[in-house]
Write a protein that binds this ligand. Structure first.
Ligand code: AQP
Length: 328
């Protein structure tokens, strides 16, 4: 049997180039290797860990599904499904909550960051990493391709699985994280000290995959830069230009030192103008495919129905084994 790759995106905002370069591009590469059984989920139950408008959420779930397909996740090679369509996720999360120390959840940096932005902190936000552990462990996953911000959650998943296996017997496979070295953390265009985030209040923080060409040009033009004029990768002294170089390298598939050479003696304006055109060109095919898929809701519905059925088949076996081991 092939080893399993599992990952997901929460439909909690506008999917951006950070989500693509950090996570989804890896999914497409792993899928092309034909080495794995690929399972990709739209993690809608994670989105509701902060308040959502139901109508907007429904629309975002549809958008994320179409983006997976438009970016090259192929339903013939990968299982694509919506988390809430497979009730085993919520049920296993409850079981895992009973072996997860409170202190481990209190340490999670994403919880601390997100909690700061909320007027009232919901228990679901606190327990989010346990639901993520359930997502991964249900499929006996070997590889979890994510961006760097999710590494701590995958590490916690490993700890939860080990603890459960020690207490109740070998039920779960211990998963490993897969990171894309160069693009594991894309920073905000408005603030290169914080990661690009789809729930950022200021849309100038990110380039959404569905941003129109002129919006992309405008956002790159107004992206924060550093003092000086040199196009040089230097995280400490030039965090903004370093981030733009990372994005350039990610889309142009060029090593950073090569890009630095191209722009030797040239200014920020020329570099930014070229970068914007590269992003516009690279996102164009995906945007065309997205529009095509929008015209075919029946096909998409069928993909999701088949995906949920295939996912449930695996998930129900793991849940049964976990309950059995616990004496339930
Ligand atoms: N800035 C980033 N650079 C590289 N990878 C990133 N990812 C997110 N932001 C960056 C990766 O994208 C995948 C999907 O993210 P998620 O839906 O799990 O949400 P998140 O990690 O909390 O990312 P966002 O975009 O900041 O969403 P919000 O604002 O809703 O929290 C993950 O693999 C993530 O690592």
């Amino acid at each position: 049997m092939k080893e399993v790759v599992f990952s997901g995106v929460a439909p909690s905002g506008n999917i951006h180039i950070g989500n693509y370069l950090g996570a989804i591009e890896q999914w497409v590469e792993l899928q092309s290797s034909n080495k794995y059984q690929n399972i990709f989920c739209i993690v809608d139950e994670h989105a509701i860990t902060v308040p959502q408008n139901p109508e907007k959420l429904r629309e975002k779930i549809r958008e994320v599904t179409l983006l997976y397909l438009a970016l090259g996740i192929d339903p013939k090679k990968s299982t694509i499904f919506i988390q809430s369509h497979v009730s085993e996720h919520a049920e296993l999360a409850w079981l895992l909550n009973t072996v997860t120390p409170l202190g481990d959840l209190q340490r999670m940096t994403q919880f601390k960051d997100k909690a700061k932005k909320q007027k009232s902190i919901l228990a679901g936000l606190f327990n989010y990493p346990v639901l993520m552990a359930a997502d991964i462990l249900l499929y006996q996953t070997s590889v979890v391709p994510v961006g760097e911000d999710q590494v701590q959650h995958v590490e916690l998943t490993r700890e939860i699985a080990k603890k459960f296996n020690n207490l109740y017997g070998e039920v779960f496979r211990i998963p490993n994280v897969a990171l894309k070295k160069e693009t594991k953390r894309i920073m905000g265009l408005d603030d290169p000290t914080k990661k690009m985030s789809k729930s950022a209040e200021n849309p100038a923080n990110y380039i959404a995959l569905l941003d129109a060409p002129d919006v992309i040009r405008k956002k790159i033009k107004s992206a924060v830069t550093d003092s000086g004029t040199e196009i040089k990768y230097d995280l400490e002294n030039k965090p903004a230009i370093s981030n733009l170089l990372t994005i350039y390298g990610g889309f142009a598939k060029k090593p950073i030192n090569e890009i630095e050479k191209i722009y030797q003696g040239k200014g920020y304006a020329e570099f930014k103008k070229d970068l914007a055109e590269i992003i516009v060109t690279e996102l164009a095919p995906l945007q065309v495919k997205y529009k095509g898929l929008e015209k075919n809701p029946r096909k998409v519905k069928k993909i999701l129905k088949d995906g949920a059925k295939a996912a449930k088949k695996i998930a129900s076996q793991t849940l049964k084994a976990a309950k059995n081991a616990m004496g339930l």
